[in-house]
Design a protein around this ligand. Sequence first.
Ligand code: FE2
Length: 336
Amino acid sequence: MGDHDAKPILVPSSIPEQRPPSSPSADDAFPTVFVPASTECEALPLLVEGIIKQKAAIEQAFHRSGAVLFRGFQVLTPSDFNDVLEALGYDNFAYRGRGNAQKMPVVGRVVTANELPLHFPIGFHNEMSYQSINPSKVAFYCNVEPPVDAGGATPIVQGHVVYERLQKEMPEFLKMIETKGLMYHRFLSNDPSGTRIDSWQAVFKACTKEDAEEMAKASDSHIEWREDDTARSCLGPRSGVKCDVKRGQRKVWFNSIGATYDSMHIISPGQDGISFGDGSPLSDDSMLACIHIMQQEQTAFKWRKGDVLFFDNLAVLHAREPSKPPRRILAALCAN
Ligand code: FE2
Protein backbone atom coordinates (compact mmCIF):
# COMPACT_ATOMS: atom_id res chain seq x y z
CA MET A 1 0.00 0.00 0.00
CA GLY A 2 1.61 3.27 -1.08
CA ASP A 3 0.93 6.87 -0.21
CA HIS A 4 -1.21 7.34 -3.30
CA ASP A 5 -3.90 5.01 -2.05
CA ALA A 6 -5.19 7.68 0.28
CA LYS A 7 -4.23 10.96 -1.39
CA PRO A 8 -5.77 12.18 -4.64
CA ILE A 9 -3.47 12.34 -7.66
CA LEU A 10 -5.73 14.65 -9.68
CA VAL A 11 -7.09 17.76 -8.02
CA PRO A 12 -9.61 20.31 -9.33
CA SER A 13 -8.16 23.54 -10.65
CA SER A 14 -9.11 26.42 -12.92
CA ILE A 15 -7.95 28.17 -16.09
CA PRO A 16 -8.59 31.81 -17.02
CA GLU A 17 -10.70 30.89 -20.05
CA GLN A 18 -13.13 28.70 -18.06
CA ARG A 19 -16.81 29.69 -18.24
CA PRO A 20 -18.76 30.02 -15.01
CA PRO A 21 -21.36 27.33 -14.30
CA SER A 22 -24.46 27.79 -16.47
CA SER A 23 -26.56 26.92 -13.43
CA PRO A 24 -24.67 27.07 -10.11
CA SER A 25 -26.79 24.40 -8.46
CA ALA A 26 -26.38 21.79 -11.18
CA ASP A 27 -23.27 22.57 -13.18
CA ASP A 28 -19.53 23.07 -12.79
CA ALA A 29 -17.33 25.63 -14.50
CA PHE A 30 -16.81 24.68 -18.16
CA PRO A 31 -14.61 22.79 -18.84
CA THR A 32 -13.84 21.18 -15.47
CA VAL A 33 -10.06 21.19 -14.99
CA PHE A 34 -7.89 18.65 -13.14
CA VAL A 35 -4.17 19.13 -12.48
CA PRO A 36 -1.56 17.01 -10.63
CA ALA A 37 -1.78 17.22 -6.83
CA SER A 38 2.01 17.54 -6.63
CA THR A 39 5.05 17.51 -8.91
CA GLU A 40 5.49 13.77 -8.54
CA CYS A 41 1.88 13.23 -9.65
CA GLU A 42 2.72 14.68 -13.08
CA ALA A 43 4.18 11.37 -14.29
CA LEU A 44 2.06 9.38 -16.76
CA PRO A 45 1.86 6.20 -14.63
CA LEU A 46 0.44 8.27 -11.79
CA LEU A 47 -2.09 9.96 -14.05
CA VAL A 48 -3.23 6.52 -15.23
CA GLU A 49 -3.46 5.34 -11.62
CA GLY A 50 -5.31 8.50 -10.62
CA ILE A 51 -7.86 8.16 -13.43
CA ILE A 52 -8.66 4.62 -12.34
CA LYS A 53 -8.82 5.42 -8.61
CA GLN A 54 -10.68 8.73 -8.98
CA LYS A 55 -13.02 7.57 -11.72
CA ALA A 56 -16.12 8.49 -9.71
CA ALA A 57 -14.98 12.10 -9.18
CA ILE A 58 -13.97 12.47 -12.84
CA GLU A 59 -17.30 11.06 -14.01
CA GLN A 60 -19.18 13.41 -11.70
CA ALA A 61 -17.29 16.41 -13.08
CA PHE A 62 -17.93 15.18 -16.62
CA HIS A 63 -21.60 14.85 -15.84
CA ARG A 64 -21.85 18.33 -14.34
CA SER A 65 -20.03 20.33 -17.02
CA GLY A 66 -19.93 18.02 -20.03
CA ALA A 67 -16.18 18.55 -20.56
CA VAL A 68 -13.02 17.72 -18.59
CA LEU A 69 -9.48 18.99 -19.16
CA PHE A 70 -6.40 17.26 -17.71
CA ARG A 71 -3.54 19.75 -17.63
CA GLY A 72 0.03 19.61 -16.36
CA PHE A 73 0.57 15.86 -16.68
CA GLN A 74 3.38 14.28 -18.67
CA VAL A 75 1.33 13.09 -21.62
CA LEU A 76 4.25 13.44 -24.01
CA THR A 77 3.46 11.13 -26.93
CA PRO A 78 0.41 9.86 -28.84
CA SER A 79 1.00 6.51 -27.18
CA ASP A 80 0.77 8.22 -23.74
CA PHE A 81 -2.59 9.67 -24.84
CA ASN A 82 -3.67 6.17 -25.79
CA ASP A 83 -2.81 5.02 -22.25
CA VAL A 84 -5.00 7.83 -20.85
CA LEU A 85 -7.88 6.72 -23.08
CA GLU A 86 -7.49 3.11 -21.97
CA ALA A 87 -7.51 4.23 -18.32
CA LEU A 88 -10.71 6.21 -18.90
CA GLY A 89 -12.12 2.93 -20.20
CA TYR A 90 -14.61 4.17 -22.78
CA ASP A 91 -15.17 1.94 -25.83
CA ASN A 92 -13.67 3.06 -29.12
CA PHE A 93 -15.91 4.46 -31.88
CA ALA A 94 -14.63 3.83 -35.40
CA TYR A 95 -14.74 7.05 -37.46
CA ARG A 96 -17.19 6.93 -40.36
CA GLY A 97 -17.17 10.56 -41.40
CA ARG A 98 -17.13 12.10 -44.82
CA GLY A 99 -15.85 14.99 -46.84
CA ASN A 100 -13.27 17.39 -45.44
CA ALA A 101 -13.11 15.86 -42.01
CA GLN A 102 -10.77 12.94 -42.63
CA LYS A 103 -8.89 11.39 -39.72
CA MET A 104 -5.77 9.24 -40.07
CA PRO A 105 -4.71 6.49 -37.65
CA VAL A 106 -1.74 7.36 -35.39
CA VAL A 107 -1.37 4.71 -32.69
CA GLY A 108 -3.83 2.45 -30.89
CA ARG A 109 -7.17 4.24 -30.95
CA VAL A 110 -5.57 7.66 -31.53
CA VAL A 111 -6.31 9.42 -34.84
CA THR A 112 -5.44 12.82 -36.29
CA ALA A 113 -8.11 15.38 -35.40
CA ASN A 114 -8.49 16.62 -38.96
CA GLU A 115 -6.42 16.56 -42.13
CA LEU A 116 -7.65 19.95 -43.34
CA PRO A 117 -4.78 22.49 -43.68
CA LEU A 118 -4.29 24.54 -40.49
CA HIS A 119 -5.19 27.90 -42.02
CA PHE A 120 -8.84 26.81 -42.47
CA PRO A 121 -11.33 27.35 -39.66
CA ILE A 122 -13.77 24.57 -38.79
CA GLY A 123 -17.09 25.88 -37.50
CA PHE A 124 -19.06 24.52 -34.55
CA HIS A 125 -20.48 21.04 -34.83
CA ASN A 126 -21.26 17.94 -32.85
CA GLU A 127 -19.04 15.19 -34.21
CA MET A 128 -20.75 13.33 -37.07
CA SER A 129 -24.12 14.96 -36.28
CA TYR A 130 -24.93 14.67 -39.99
CA GLN A 131 -24.93 10.86 -39.57
CA SER A 132 -27.61 8.82 -37.82
CA ILE A 133 -25.03 7.26 -35.48
CA ASN A 134 -22.50 9.49 -33.75
CA PRO A 135 -19.84 9.06 -31.09
CA SER A 136 -20.85 9.55 -27.48
CA LYS A 137 -17.62 11.31 -26.47
CA VAL A 138 -14.74 13.06 -28.22
CA ALA A 139 -11.22 13.30 -26.77
CA PHE A 140 -8.46 15.65 -27.96
CA TYR A 141 -4.79 15.68 -27.02
CA CYS A 142 -2.28 18.46 -27.60
CA ASN A 143 0.92 16.86 -28.87
CA VAL A 144 2.38 20.09 -30.29
CA GLU A 145 0.90 23.37 -29.05
CA PRO A 146 0.29 26.13 -31.60
CA PRO A 147 2.69 29.11 -31.64
CA VAL A 148 1.81 31.97 -29.27
CA ASP A 149 -0.80 34.33 -30.78
CA ALA A 150 -1.33 32.04 -33.80
CA GLY A 151 -4.87 30.93 -32.88
CA GLY A 152 -5.33 27.18 -33.09
CA ALA A 153 -7.69 26.73 -30.13
CA THR A 154 -10.46 24.16 -30.15
CA PRO A 155 -13.42 26.28 -28.99
CA ILE A 156 -16.17 24.40 -27.16
CA VAL A 157 -19.70 25.47 -26.25
CA GLN A 158 -22.50 23.85 -24.25
CA GLY A 159 -25.46 22.86 -26.42
CA HIS A 160 -28.09 23.65 -23.77
CA VAL A 161 -26.74 27.20 -23.41
CA VAL A 162 -26.99 27.73 -27.19
CA TYR A 163 -30.51 26.29 -27.19
CA GLU A 164 -31.63 28.64 -24.42
CA ARG A 165 -30.20 31.67 -26.25
CA LEU A 166 -31.94 30.66 -29.48
CA GLN A 167 -35.19 30.15 -27.63
CA LYS A 168 -35.01 33.78 -26.46
CA GLU A 169 -33.57 35.37 -29.59
CA MET A 170 -34.63 33.26 -32.59
CA PRO A 171 -37.69 31.29 -31.42
CA GLU A 172 -39.27 30.93 -34.86
CA PHE A 173 -36.07 29.69 -36.48
CA LEU A 174 -35.55 27.26 -33.60
CA LYS A 175 -39.11 25.96 -33.98
CA MET A 176 -38.46 25.30 -37.68
CA ILE A 177 -35.29 23.35 -36.84
CA GLU A 178 -37.12 21.36 -34.19
CA THR A 179 -40.07 20.47 -36.38
CA LYS A 180 -38.39 20.00 -39.77
CA GLY A 181 -34.87 18.87 -38.84
CA LEU A 182 -31.93 19.44 -41.14
CA MET A 183 -30.74 17.96 -44.42
CA TYR A 184 -26.99 17.92 -45.22
CA HIS A 185 -26.10 18.07 -48.91
CA ARG A 186 -22.89 17.36 -50.80
CA PHE A 187 -21.96 17.69 -54.44
CA LEU A 188 -20.80 14.43 -56.05
CA SER A 189 -18.73 14.49 -59.24
CA ASN A 190 -18.99 11.81 -61.92
CA ASP A 191 -15.80 9.81 -62.39
CA PRO A 192 -16.22 6.23 -63.68
CA SER A 193 -12.61 5.46 -62.71
CA GLY A 194 -13.54 6.30 -59.09
CA THR A 195 -10.23 8.17 -58.67
CA ARG A 196 -11.81 11.46 -57.64
CA ILE A 197 -12.66 11.14 -53.96
CA ASP A 198 -15.67 13.44 -54.38
CA SER A 199 -17.21 11.22 -57.10
CA TRP A 200 -20.39 9.26 -56.37
CA GLN A 201 -18.51 6.17 -57.55
CA ALA A 202 -15.86 6.65 -54.84
CA VAL A 203 -18.17 7.92 -52.09
CA PHE A 204 -20.61 5.01 -52.45
CA LYS A 205 -18.09 2.45 -53.77
CA ALA A 206 -20.44 1.84 -56.69
CA CYS A 207 -20.14 1.39 -60.47
CA THR A 208 -23.77 1.98 -61.38
CA LYS A 209 -26.32 4.57 -60.30
CA GLU A 210 -28.56 1.80 -58.99
CA ASP A 211 -25.77 0.49 -56.75
CA ALA A 212 -25.01 4.02 -55.56
CA GLU A 213 -28.69 4.54 -54.69
CA GLU A 214 -28.76 1.28 -52.72
CA MET A 215 -25.64 2.26 -50.81
CA ALA A 216 -27.07 5.72 -50.11
CA LYS A 217 -30.26 4.20 -48.75
CA ALA A 218 -28.24 1.95 -46.45
CA SER A 219 -26.58 5.03 -44.96
CA ASP A 220 -29.93 6.78 -44.45
CA SER A 221 -29.48 9.20 -47.34
CA HIS A 222 -30.56 9.58 -50.94
CA ILE A 223 -29.10 10.85 -54.21
CA GLU A 224 -30.45 13.51 -56.57
CA TRP A 225 -29.05 13.06 -60.09
CA ARG A 226 -28.24 15.83 -62.53
CA GLU A 227 -28.31 15.67 -66.31
CA ASP A 228 -24.51 15.45 -66.61
CA ASP A 229 -24.46 12.46 -64.22
CA THR A 230 -23.05 14.48 -61.38
CA ALA A 231 -25.23 14.29 -58.29
CA ARG A 232 -26.07 15.61 -54.87
CA SER A 233 -26.20 13.40 -51.80
CA CYS A 234 -28.79 14.32 -49.20
CA LEU A 235 -28.29 13.07 -45.65
CA GLY A 236 -31.29 13.33 -43.44
CA PRO A 237 -33.51 14.67 -42.25
CA ARG A 238 -31.49 14.76 -39.03
CA SER A 239 -32.55 16.39 -35.78
CA GLY A 240 -30.95 19.77 -35.19
CA VAL A 241 -31.92 19.67 -31.52
CA LYS A 242 -31.69 16.70 -29.18
CA CYS A 243 -32.62 15.93 -25.60
CA ASP A 244 -29.84 15.35 -23.05
CA VAL A 245 -31.67 12.80 -20.94
CA LYS A 246 -28.74 12.36 -18.53
CA ARG A 247 -28.71 16.05 -17.61
CA GLY A 248 -32.27 16.79 -16.58
CA GLN A 249 -33.86 16.14 -19.98
CA ARG A 250 -32.65 19.52 -21.19
CA LYS A 251 -32.70 20.32 -24.87
CA VAL A 252 -29.37 20.78 -26.65
CA TRP A 253 -28.34 22.32 -29.95
CA PHE A 254 -27.00 19.33 -31.91
CA ASN A 255 -25.97 19.84 -35.53
CA SER A 256 -23.26 20.85 -37.99
CA ILE A 257 -24.62 24.26 -39.03
CA GLY A 258 -21.40 26.09 -38.07
CA ALA A 259 -19.06 23.64 -39.80
CA THR A 260 -21.25 23.47 -42.89
CA TYR A 261 -21.31 27.26 -43.13
CA ASP A 262 -17.49 27.41 -43.11
CA SER A 263 -17.32 24.60 -45.63
CA MET A 264 -19.81 26.38 -47.95
CA HIS A 265 -18.15 29.78 -47.75
CA ILE A 266 -14.46 29.23 -47.01
CA ILE A 267 -13.20 25.67 -47.42
CA SER A 268 -14.94 24.19 -50.45
CA PRO A 269 -17.57 26.47 -51.99
CA GLY A 270 -19.98 24.56 -54.22
CA GLN A 271 -19.43 21.26 -52.40
CA ASP A 272 -21.47 21.30 -49.22
CA GLY A 273 -24.91 22.62 -48.45
CA ILE A 274 -27.60 22.48 -45.80
CA SER A 275 -31.35 22.96 -45.77
CA PHE A 276 -34.27 22.32 -43.49
CA GLY A 277 -35.32 18.69 -43.48
CA ASP A 278 -38.06 19.32 -46.05
CA GLY A 279 -35.55 20.86 -48.49
CA SER A 280 -36.53 24.48 -47.85
CA PRO A 281 -33.51 26.78 -47.64
CA LEU A 282 -31.67 27.83 -44.52
CA SER A 283 -30.64 31.45 -44.96
CA ASP A 284 -27.03 32.59 -44.52
CA ASP A 285 -28.30 35.26 -42.12
CA SER A 286 -29.91 32.77 -39.77
CA MET A 287 -26.85 30.51 -39.90
CA LEU A 288 -24.62 33.47 -39.09
CA ALA A 289 -26.86 34.49 -36.19
CA CYS A 290 -26.52 30.97 -34.70
CA ILE A 291 -22.76 31.06 -35.21
CA HIS A 292 -22.59 34.44 -33.49
CA ILE A 293 -24.42 33.08 -30.43
CA MET A 294 -22.12 30.03 -30.29
CA GLN A 295 -19.07 32.28 -30.45
CA GLN A 296 -20.40 34.47 -27.66
CA GLU A 297 -20.96 31.46 -25.41
CA GLN A 298 -17.80 29.52 -26.28
CA THR A 299 -14.59 29.01 -24.42
CA ALA A 300 -11.42 28.84 -26.49
CA PHE A 301 -8.57 28.01 -24.15
CA LYS A 302 -4.97 28.02 -25.33
CA TRP A 303 -3.65 24.52 -25.85
CA ARG A 304 -0.62 23.48 -23.82
CA LYS A 305 1.46 20.45 -24.66
CA GLY A 306 0.13 17.41 -22.82
CA ASP A 307 -3.45 18.75 -22.44
CA VAL A 308 -6.14 16.08 -22.70
CA LEU A 309 -9.70 17.32 -23.20
CA PHE A 310 -12.70 15.02 -23.41
CA PHE A 311 -16.31 16.01 -23.69
CA ASP A 312 -19.81 14.68 -24.21
CA ASN A 313 -20.60 14.92 -27.92
CA LEU A 314 -24.31 15.33 -27.17
CA ALA A 315 -23.86 18.15 -24.64
CA VAL A 316 -20.94 20.04 -26.24
CA LEU A 317 -20.19 21.40 -29.71
CA HIS A 318 -16.61 21.98 -30.85
CA ALA A 319 -14.83 24.00 -33.55
CA ARG A 320 -11.27 24.76 -34.68
CA GLU A 321 -9.64 28.16 -34.96
CA PRO A 322 -7.30 28.63 -37.90
CA SER A 323 -3.66 28.40 -36.91
CA LYS A 324 -0.08 28.51 -38.08
CA PRO A 325 2.18 25.48 -37.92
CA PRO A 326 3.35 23.73 -35.94
CA ARG A 327 0.19 22.47 -34.26
CA ARG A 328 -0.63 18.84 -33.66
CA ILE A 329 -3.90 18.02 -31.96
CA LEU A 330 -4.82 14.33 -31.96
CA ALA A 331 -8.22 12.81 -31.31
CA ALA A 332 -10.16 9.73 -30.33
CA LEU A 333 -13.86 8.96 -30.49
CA CYS A 334 -15.71 6.94 -27.89
CA ALA A 335 -18.83 4.84 -28.27
CA ASN A 336 -20.09 5.10 -24.69
FE1 FE2 B 1 -14.97 17.58 -35.17
